[in-house]
Each structure stands twice: as structure tokens, then as C-alpha cells.
Design a binder for this molecule. Structure first.
Ligand code: FAD
Ligand code: NAI
Length: 509
């Protein structure tokens, strides 16, 4: 009896403790403290972008040490790993967005934010030219921002390899707007297929959902789409059951090349069970309004051209360099051999440019362009900048003390000052101990549909590969844990619960 009484008391106390913690977290989120302006003599640090790299830097940066200015056309951080779930309404897009304003408002010292695109970086003049490209503009919509230090974290754009018709006819999957467009188009195809008098061929075309690119973006989207069909569409629009079909087209001989062979085979087997067709060795050469033209390389090495009709086309063939980054690369002779982005050294300094750093997808540091890499790079820069600022402060204090010591006539006082100098020199050595950037790979995860996921996880200095429903639960908890804020976490859990209880919404908007 005593045992049960104690268990009950402990549960009661932890519930109260949990509630108090939650209330405090909510209070802290909703009540930002007053901020102060950094001294004008501090260096101006300009950060371009509000993605994984830049926001991870901002999160850990002591903003009182610099005059920080953030420039980005997107006034929110987007948790991209859950973006494929927004295309079918499993998750609502606002649940994975975090306003930049709230991120910046929680910093100790103020940070300026300009909603604009950086159109040109003049690295010699130390100026960034910015342009407000949003729908509503004031009298001034372009200007220049001088910097002492610059971090380029503008990410990458969608690769199209100059293939004709891609931009005009397909949907990408990088931004919130892309996910919204796809969600709308899926339902548009479904409703148009059911239009009175639609021919059987046209119904088939409209209900053919084609995904180009067998990387993780294409695979995760195809899995989500098939789930949507199996769990909701088939129920509410039964007449499409026979013709709805998802095809994934990949130029190489396998999908998910970054995963181990065992997981690639598992993904292909799962897709087969889910009735998703994978067309490997098939390279798309041209996109028309209603068909794609592809070249299929057969096992004997011969090639065959074919035309594949589609209703929805999602293009997920990886990254390309943004124009502003390309322009900067062209200005710097040391970047002439770089093709895929800004070549950086082990401290993420852009080769050939002083006081410019690059993080994330726009930087080439021999790592895959992933959120994991970008956020670790951002956090590394924050540590380095914090330490640089501390070093400068200590150096100034040291100079003052040395001067004081040289002018001091009293021997005892001189000894005291010398002690202070030694202590400062010691902390200077500690602060300066920042080694080069080292990436720590935590593993790769991808959702593949029907409540299954694949994971290649680094564990105890080895690699652990797994696929299935347990891995899906791991995938869910890992991404929930990685969400930007508690608010995001709560919203994502509510969305998952809502989709489970009531199904996904099949309205077109
Ligand atoms: P981004 O996060 O793309 O941010 C770039 C920022 O720069 C944006 O704020 C943008 O608005 C801004 N910007 C653009 N142009 C300009 C300009 N001219 N001037 C100023 N600002 C500009 N990686 C993983 O590790 N795990 C995953 O599960 C995963 N899932 C993904 C799912 C999808 C659908 C996608 C598309 C990607 C996924 N990734 C994942 C990859 C990951 O999202 C990227 O590697 C990561 O976003 C790169 O971070 P970044 O900061 O370099 O760029
Ligand atoms: P990707 O570069 O990983 O894959 C693109 C695929 O498209 C390649 O396999 C390529 O062979 C194929 N392709 C290119 N041109 C083609 C054509 N004309 N016809 C047919 N196929 C063609 O691109 P993705 O998936 O967009 O990912 C970009 C980055 O984001 C990667 O680094 C990836 O690791 C990361 N990412 C990670 C995720 C995760 O960890 N779960 C999820 C999504 C993205």
C-alpha cells in the first residue's frame, strides 16, 4: 500500500512539475525581454538567408558583440524534413514554420531584419545590394548594406539542368509555396478526372502522378502521395481507384544512392508492395504540357525513347547554384574551379575573400547538402564569432592594463596588475582554442510510405541500418525532437493526431 501511495505522490508531483515547466516555457516564448542596441563601434555582421545554416548561427550567436543584420526574402525558418508531409495535408505548413521575428526578438541584443533578396555581393567594396521582391513595396525597395563580416547562407535553387519545359510545367518541392501548389494540383487532377464525359485515356493521364528524381525528396513525396491515396482519396473518391497511379523516374540504376544497398532494396520492395512504379535508368530529356519525354537505358545498353503522359509532375532532381552566389564566384579568382557552390576552407571562410563565410547548401565543404551539415556549420560559426569577439575584448583590456602597468610607479600595485594580465592571457588562450570545422554525421533517415522509414544511423562508431515500422516511429520521434520550437512540436503532434482521427482534408484549396 505504501508503494502505491508513493507512486501516486510521485506521479502527482511530476505532473505538477511538468505543468509548471510547460507554463514557464509558454510564458518565456510569449514574453520576450527588453533588448539593447549593440554599441555602434561593434562590427557589422550581415547574415544572408533564414534557412538551416543561418538560423542555427543566429540561435547560438551572442548578438551583443556585433551589429547583426539579417537579409532574407523569407521571414520564417522552414523545417524542410517535414515539407513532403505538407503536400498531402498530413501536416499543415504553418506547423513547420517559425517566424524570424520571434527568433530575433528572443536574442539579448537587437538584430535588424530586412525582407529582401541579396542581388549582388561586392566583396571588395564590402557591400551587399538588396532588393525587396515581395508583392507590396514601399518607395524604397532596393538599397545597399555595408558589412565588416558577411555570412552567405542562401541555400540552393532547384536543378533543372536546362531541360526544356521543366520550369513551365512541373512543381518543385523546396518551399512552402511549392507544397501548397502540389496539394492543390493533386485535388485538381482528381476532380478533373471525374469531369463528365472525360475519356478513359484522359482520366488515366490526369491520375498519373509522376515524380522525377529518386533522391530522398522524390522518394518521400512519392510515399506520402501513395499514403494519401490509400488512406483518404480511395475512400472519398472511389471512382479513381482503378486509374490513380504514382511513378518515380530516376536516371541512375538505383534510388536513394546515399543509403546502404540493403535499404535501397528494402525501399524498392516497399514501393512495389505499395504499387508505386520505380523507373530506374530512365532519364527525362524534355517536359511538355501533358507528357514527359524520357530515354530508357535497357539492360543490354541500348536506349529507347518514350513519352509518358502525366497529370501532376513533381521535379526533385537536386540542387543548383543561386545567381547571387554564381556572381560572387565569378568575381573571385580563387573560385574559378568551383562549380557547385562557394569553395570554403576548414573554417568556412570563402576561399579568396576576406571576412566572408559560407554555410549550408551554397558552400562546398565536401559534405552532402543536408540540413544536418548546414546546422552544424551555422553552430560552428556562432562559436567562432563569439570567441572572436571575446578575443578582441580581452586584447583591448590587455592593452589598457599593459599601459597602466608601464605607468604605475608603486611596485605592489604593478604586481597586482601583472597578476590581472596573466589571468587575462590565460583566458585568451582558452578562448582562442577553436579548431577547424568537423562534421559529425548522425545518420540518414527517410520516410518511404505506409508507415515505414529507412535509417542509416551512426552508432557506437559503427553504422546501423534499419527499415520498417519501428524505424518509422524512430523517424517521427527524431524529427519531432529536431523541430525548431516547442510550439512547432505541439502543432506537428496535433496535425498527426488530426490526420489519424479524421483523415486528411480533400478540399482543393
Ligand atoms: P535553406 O534552408 O534552403 O535556406 C536558404 C535561405 O536563404 C532561405 O531563407 C531563403 O529564403 C534565403 N535566400 C534565398 N535566396 C536569397 C538571396 N538572394 N538573398 C538572401 N537570402 C536568400 N536535410 C536533412 O538533413 N534531412 C532531411 O530530412 C531533409 N529533408 C529535406 C526535405 C526537403 C523537401 C528538402 C527540399 C530538403 C531536405 N533536406 C533535408 C535538405 C535541407 O533542407 C537543406 O540541406 C538545408 O535546407 C540547407 O540549409 P541552407 O541554410 O543552406 O539553405
Ligand atoms: P538528390 O540530388 O539527392 O537526387 C536527385 C536525383 O535525381 C538523382 O538521383 C539524379 O540521378 C536524379 N535525376 C537528375 N536528373 C534527372 C533526370 N533528368 N531524369 C531523371 N532523374 C534525374 O536530390 P534531392 O532528393 O532533391 O535532395 C537534395 C539534397 O537534400 C540531398 O543532399 C539530400 O540528401 C537532401 N535531402 C535529404 C533528405 C533526408 O535526409 N531525408 C530529404 C530530402 C533531401
Amino acid at each position: 500500500r505504501g508503494f502505491f501511495r508513493w507512486t501516486w505522490r510521485l506521479t502527482y508531483l511530476s505532473a505538477i512539475g511538468g505543468l509548471a515547466y510547460l507554463s514557464y516555457t509558454i510564458y518565456a516564448i510569449r514574453t520576450p525581454r527588453d533588448q539593447f542596441e549593440p554599441h555602434p563601434s561593434k562590427k557589422t555582421l550581415v547574415i544572408l538567408g533564414t534557412g538551416w545554416g543561418s538560423v542555427s548561427l543566429l540561435k547560438k550567436l551572442d548578438t551583443e558583440n556585433y551589429n547583426v543584420i539579417v537579409v532574407s526574402p523569407r521571414n520564417f525558418f522552414l523545417f524542410t524534413p517535414l515539407l513532403p508531409s505538407c503536400t498531402t495535408g498530413t501536416i499543415e505548413h504553418r506547423s513547420i514554420m517559425e517566424p524570424v521575428r520571434s527568433i530575433l526578438r528572443h536574442k539579448k541584443a537587437t538584430v535588424k531584419y530586412y525582407e529582401a533578396d541579396a542581388t549582388k555581393i561586392d566583396y571588395e567594396k564590402k557591400v551587399v545590394y538588396i532588393n525587396d521582391d515581395s508583392d507590396i513595396k514601399g518607395e524604397t525597395s532596393s538599397t545597399e548594406v555595408p558589412f565588416d563580416m558577411l555570412v552567405v547562407g542562401v541555400g540552393a535553387e532547384n536543378a533543372t539542368f536546362g531541360i526544356q519545359g521543366v520550369k513551365e510545367n512541373s512543381c518543385f518541392l523546396k518551399e512552402v509555396g511549392d507544397a501548397q501548389k502540389i496539394r492543390k494540383r493533386i485535388m485538381d487532377c482528381v476532380e478533373s478526372a471525374g469531369f463528365k464525359g472525360q475519356s478513359p485515356e484522359e482520366r488515366k493521364r490526369l491520375l498519373h502522378m509522376v515524380v522525377v528524381g529518386g533522391g530522398p525528396t522524390g522518394i518521400e513525396f512519392a510515399g506520402e502521395l501513395q499514403d494519401f491515396f490509400e488512406e483518404d482519396l480511395r475512400k472519398w473518391v472511389p471512382e479513381i481507384t482503378k486509374d490513380f497511379h504514382v511513378t518515380l523516374v530516376e536516371a541512375m540504376d538505383k534510388v536513394l544512392p546515399m543509403f546502404s544497398k540493403q535499404l535501397i532494396d528494402y525501399t524498392e520492395k516497399t514501393f512495389k508492395e505499395e504499387s508505386i512504379t520505380i523507373r530506374t535508368n530512365t532519364q527525362v530529356k524534355k517536359v511538355n504540357e501533358k507528357t514527359i519525354e524520357a530515354e530508357w537505358k535497357k539492360a543490354d545498353g541500348t536506349k529507347e525513347k518514350e513519352s509518358i503522359p502525366y497529370g501532376l509532375l513533381v521535379w526533385a532532381t537536386g540542387n543548383a547554384v543561386r545567381p547571387v552566389v554564381k556572381d560572387l564566384m565569378n568575381q573571385i579568382p580563387a573560385q574559378k574551379d568551383s562549380r557547385r557552390g562557394l569553395a570554403v576552407n576548414e573554417y568556412l571562410v570563402v576561399n579568396g575573400a576576406e571576412n566572408i563565410w559560407a554555410v549550408g547548401d551554397c558552400a562546398i565543404a565536401n559534405y552532402a547538402p543536408t540540413a544536418q551539415v548546414a546546422s552544424q556549420e551555422g553552430a560552428f560559426l556562432a562559436r567562432m564569432f563569439n570567441s572572436l569577439a571575446k578575443t578582441e575584448t580581452i586584447n583591448t583590456e590587455l592593452a589598457t592594463l599593459s599601459d597602466k602597468q608601464s605607468r604605475e610607479l608603486d611596485k605592489d600595485k604593478r604586481t597586482v596588475i601583472l597578476g590581472e594580465i596573466k589571468a587575462l592571457q590565460k583566458s585568451l588562450r582558452r578562448v582562442k582554442q577553436i579548431g577547424p570545422f568537423e562534421y559529425s554525421h548522425q545518420g540518414s533517415l527517410a520516410y518511404i510510405g505506409s508507415e515505414r522509414a529507412v535509417a542509416d544511423v551512426s552508432w557506437l562508431s559503427g553504422n546501423f541500418a534499419s527499415g520498417g515500422t519501428l524505424t518509422y516511429l524512430f523517424w517521427k520521434s527524431a524529427y519531432l525532437n529536431m523541430c525548431f520550437s516547442s510550439r512547432n512540436r505541439v502543432l506537428v503532434i496535433l496535425d498527426w493526431t488530426k490526420a489519424k482521427l479524421f483523415g486528411r482534408d480533400v478540399s482543393r484549396e
